[in-house]
Structure formats: C-alpha cells, structure tokens
Design a binder for this molecule. Structure first.
Ligand SMILES: Cc1cc2nc3c(=O)[nH]c(=O)nc-3n(C[C@H](O)[C@H](O)[C@H](O)COP(=O)(O)OP(=O)(O)OC[C@H]3O[C@@H](n4cnc5c(N)ncnc54)[C@H](O)[C@@H]3O)c2cc1C
Length: 277
C-alpha cells in the first residue's frame, strides 16, 4: 500500500512549524526521521493533509549541558547519542541505550523526539527517560512549557500534544557522580523492540531511587521509590532481589497478565547492571 496524497512543508523555525500545525487544525503531521511515520503512512494508519518536516529548525538539533542537566533537542538522532554527541559523564546510560535501538540505519535517521512522540510502549527511550525523571519541553512556537515525561505520554502511541504544539527538547536532570543507572530489555535478537524492559536510577546523593518498566499495555509503569520493590538499596556486587508480589501488583494494575515474569526479569537485570558498574 502507498500513502494517500499530502502536502509537504519544510519549516525553518518553531513559529513557522507551529503556525502550519495550527492552521491544519489537527490534520497535519510532523515528520522528523520518518522511521516510524513512514510505515504508518504506507499502511494508511495516518492520512495527514500535510507533513511538516522539522529537521531544519536549529533549536531542535541543539544539545545544551547545564550544571543541573542536559537539554537534548527533539531532532537529535539516536546515532548522535550513541556516538557521544550528548556526552554527560554521569549519564553513560544514554549512549548504551542508543546503541541497542534497532540497527544503525534506523538510528542514523530516527530521532529521540520522534521516538518519544511515537510513544511505542516497546521502545527503549520511554522507560529509560522515565527512570531518569526527564521532562519534555513542549512549544507552540511562542511559549514553551515543561511536562514530566511520564505525564507527556498518556498511553500506548498517545502523547498530550495539542494541535499546534510540538516537542522541542528533552531535559534530563544530571544525576550525582555516585549515581547508578541501568537498563535492560528482553528481546529475541539484539536491537529488536522490547518484549519487556526495565530501567533504574539509584542516586543516594540526590535522594532519587526511581524505576520504570516498559513494554506494557500503555505508558511505562513508573516506580517513584524503587527501594519499595528492591528491598532497600542493593549493595554493589550483591544479588538483586525484587519483591515480585509488589512488582506484580503494580504490573497487574497497569493491565498486564501477572505473574509478569519477563517484566520482572527485565527490571531485576536493569538493577543488577546498575549495581555491577
Ligand atoms: C526496523 C525498526 C526497528 C526499530 N527498533 C527499535 C528498537 O529496538 N527500540 C526502539 O526504541 N525503537 C525502535 N524503532 C523505532 C525507532 O527508534 C523510531 O522509529 C524512531 O526513533 C522515531 O523517530 P523519527 O525521528 O524517525 O520519528 P518519525 O517517524 O518522524 O515520527 C514519529 C512520530 O512522532 C511525531 N513526531 C516526531 N518528532 C516530533 C516532534 N519533535 N514533535 C511532535 N511530534 C513529533 C511524528 O508526527 C510521528 O507521529 C525501530 C524502528 C524501525 C523502523
């Protein structure tokens, strides 16, 4: 199958992109790397009146490092992250997660913002960024607002963007040097979409002990205090023992059939990989 006909515009500023989106009143679609949108167009799952290419908008490819975090433009590619363009000493997890997304050709074009806005529950970035307490910077071309990523994503393939809005950037708080982060996905072959995934951030200095479980029926399951299911803070090198009944309760509430062994394995391995470093 091929896409239905659509107009095409290449915006060069946030204001221009937002104006086109607003004028189309919900019938326009943003395109970044096209890695998810392309197949959706071909299958006619989306039939936009106009596609707005946002990759030439300078703000969207910026990476800014601040004392308290890093701001990554929505159109920064996954290869850029893999190759260390987003180089934050305390966040080596970003490059390692990037390296496990699909294969290089997809990573060369696919963007972090596209991945977040597509909101595929099986994707790698949502659970990772939920564990890191990232925020989405959303703009309507005039004003920007920050939304915690676990609120930005409202369900499977659903985000809270209004017509006329786009994702400008993702802000990731800088963990302390002593922080430990881990991500693990269960998949049949390296680089495939996750059947289950888990991410953890254990940062005693910042009093942040977060975990997220991905590849659920909807948005990631976020555990604001991971000590609850890890039985405290695991000791480096010691075996991680997850409270499976607490984890199953959370996963059952999120609509998964329990016991959710794959998801529990993914989170246990994510915590173990964090503590092994
Ligand atoms: C073969 C294959 C294997 C893959 N394997 C994995 C995997 O293992 N793990 C994984 O995580 N992902 C995987 N992916 C998904 C891939 O990572 C995403 O397709 C890609 O990152 C999406 O980014 P994009 O720039 O191509 O988005 P696009 O396809 O351009 O856009 C995706 C959606 O987001 C919207 N959008 C894009 N940017 C913005 C923005 N700034 N503001 C508002 N809306 C926006 C678009 O309108 C569209 O709805 C795979 C994809 C393919 C094709």
């Amino acid at each position: 199958m091929k896409p239905t006909n659509f107009e095409f515009a290449r915006a060069t500023s946030l204001a221009e992109a937002a104006t086109i989106l607003r004028q189309a009143a919900g019938t326009a679609r943003v395109v970044a790397g096209g890695q998810s949108l392309g197949p959706m167009l071909n299958l006619r799952l989306v039939q936009p009146s106009i596609l707005v290419d946002i990759t030439a908008i300078p703000e969207l490819t910026h990476v800014e490092e601040h004392a308290d975090g890093v701001v990554v433009g929505a159109c920064v590619t996954i290869s850029d992250i893999e190759d260390g363009r987003v180089r934050v000493e305390e966040l080596p997890i970003l490059a390692s997660v990037a390296g496990g997304v699909a294969y290089r050709a997809v990573r060369n074009r696919g963007t972090i913002g596209g991945s977040i806005c597509h909101a595929d529950p099986a994707g790698d970035w949502l659970p990772t960024l939920c564990a890191l307490a990232a925020e989405c910077i959303v703009t309507d071309g005039r004003r920007a607002r920050r939304v915690p990523i676990d609120q930005f994503v409202t369900g499977a393939f659903e985000v809270m963007l209004e017509p006329g809005e786009l994702l400008q950037a993702i802000r990731i708080p800088r963990p302390s040097r002593a922080a430990r982060c881990g991500y693990y996905k269960v998949c049949r072959k390296a680089g495939e979409f996750a059947l289950a995934s888990g991410a953890v951030l254990l940062d005693g200095e910042r009093d942040r002990f977060r975990a997220a479980i991905g590849a659920t029926e909807g948005r990631p399951v976020v555990i604001a205090d991971a000590r609850m299911i890890l039985g405290g803070i695991p000791r480096p090198g010691a075996a991680v023992r997850l409270d499976e009944s607490a984890a199953n309760e959370l996963l059952g509430r999120a609509g998964l059939t329990t016991p959710a062994r794959l998801h529990i394995t993914a989170l246990t391995r994510a915590a173990a990989s964090a503590m092994a470093k």
